[in-house]
Design a protein around this ligand. Structure first.
Ligand code: C5P
Length: 213
């Protein structure tokens, strides 16, 4: 373990000063990944969205709000990382326009044009060096494996964490999680319900020790 770059939490896309498009991610999985990487002696950079927890001491914490800010921070830090884990839940769309004045409520249902946000991890997948390991997450309901395999390939990831968010006691906001880890060599392992910190350690075992050290 050397230098680990982690993204955490849910991005927010503001349409005016009081409203945003977002998601329920709390960033706890990213926090657990940062703690696990620190425990393993890594130099950790954590790009995080608004959160209710403190970044661990010793971590380089970079605070962002929107997907565009997260993209800029990840691109800036990419060259300083051996392992990149994109655990953030990035909003898929943003309001096309931002209003500095609070928009009248009645204007919203009729007039809220949306625009796509950049796929950050896919951009990182295009430009990363071959020795860098890029890991994504796929939060899914129902069949978690098929979409995770598709994302692993399309986004040029080395591995992906397929994460059921419709199971009790896992996913957004929980201190626990369960997942299937898949990698580009076709390995697939199921991680039963455990704490997010345990899951983070299982993930680093999966991507680092069993692959190349
Ligand atoms: O949203 P989706 O299921 O495609 O997310 C899978 C992976 O892609 C996650 O690692 C997520 O952080 C990343 N992602 C991203 N930029 C987006 C959407 C998702 O980096 N705009």
């Amino acid at each position: 373990m050397k230098r680990v770059l982690i993204s955490a939490g849910g991005t927010r896309e503001y349409l005016d000063p009081v409203r945003f498009i977002g998601n329920p991610s709390t960033g706890k999985m990213g926090l657990a990944l940062a703690q696990a990487a620190l425990h393993r002696g890594a130099k950790v950079t954590l790009v995080h969205c608004p959160r209710s927890w403190d970044a661990p001491l010793g971590v380089k914490a970079i605070s962002v709000v929107s997907a565009a800010q997260m993209q800029a921070a990840m691109l800036k830090e990419l060259g300083n990382a051996d392992i990149i884990v994109m655990s953030a839940a990035v909003a898929d769309v943003k309001p096309r326009d931002y209003s500095v004045e609070k928009l009248p409520k009645r204007s919203l249902p009729e007039n809220l044009p949306l625009a796509p946000v950049p796929d950050i991890v896919a951009e990182l997948g295009k430009i990363k060096q071959p020795q860098q390991l890029l890991i994504g997450f796929a939060a899914q309901t129902g069949d978690i494996i098929t979409p995770a395999k598709e994302k692993l390939q399309r986004k040029k990831l080395d591995a992906i964490v397929a994460n059921p968010i419709d199971k009790i006691g896992s996913g957004f906001g929980s201190d626990h999680n369960q997942a299937v880890f898949l990698d580009k060599e076709g390995r697939e392992i199921e991680i039963p319900p455990c704490s997010k910190l345990e899951m983070a350690h299982y993930l680093f075992d999966f991507i680092v020790y069993s692959r190349r050290q």
